[in-house]
Ligand binder design. Sequence first.
Ligand code: HEM
Length: 197
Amino acid sequence: MQERPAGYSGAAKWLHWIMAIIVLGLIPMGIALDKLPEGPIQDRAYNLHRSFGILVLALAIARVIFRRAYGAPAPYAGLTKFERIASTAVHHSLYVLIFLVPIAGWLWMSTYRAEVSIFGLFILPNLLPQNETLSGFFGGAHKALALLMAALLIAHAGGALMHAFVKRDGVLHRMLPDAWGPALDRLQSALGRPNRS
Ligand code: HEM
């Protein structure tokens, strides 16, 4: 079995935060899309949502390849048994959803036969022929899975912030690029004695 590294590598951390920023933008954008007035601004917003969604899929592939090659650290030593089981389940679910949500969107657009231009660079190939029933199914799946992802992200980010500012331990530090650690140290010290183990 592969030996587990002591911490996340710089590349794993940057991939995590770049993807977090994109996903946190895509979810409210997806909810707002059909509420925008029809016209060039809405068309542009649809194109950007689809392009960034496919970028998430590409980053997800990079992230899994990277994780398999370099591994990930064991869970934080100070976690309770419940925290360990719950956080591992949420991490695994998020890994599955960063694939399923964009793939369901891609299948939706393929069966709807909408031409998807990725940042104006190339046209996304269709995965399936046009089909109204399947298009309805994949559209529903894309939206439901994205909402599930939003709920898991609230739990995930809430848990990380609880560790950082209530327990004041070292969980959030594990995922922060090294240069950001001292700023979190100062915040934790301002709140009282940090409990880093
Ligand atoms: C928005 C999209 C996000 C996604 C898809 C995501 C996904 C993930 C995944 C899959 C892991 C496990 C990494 C691994 O072990 O290989 C992870 C770890 C982590 N995430 Fe996120 N995350 C997101 C946002 C956030 C936010 C907003 C925060 C903090 C406020 C956060 C804090 C953390 C921390 C601290 C860890 C490391 C936990 C540990 O192993 O101790 N994440 N994230």
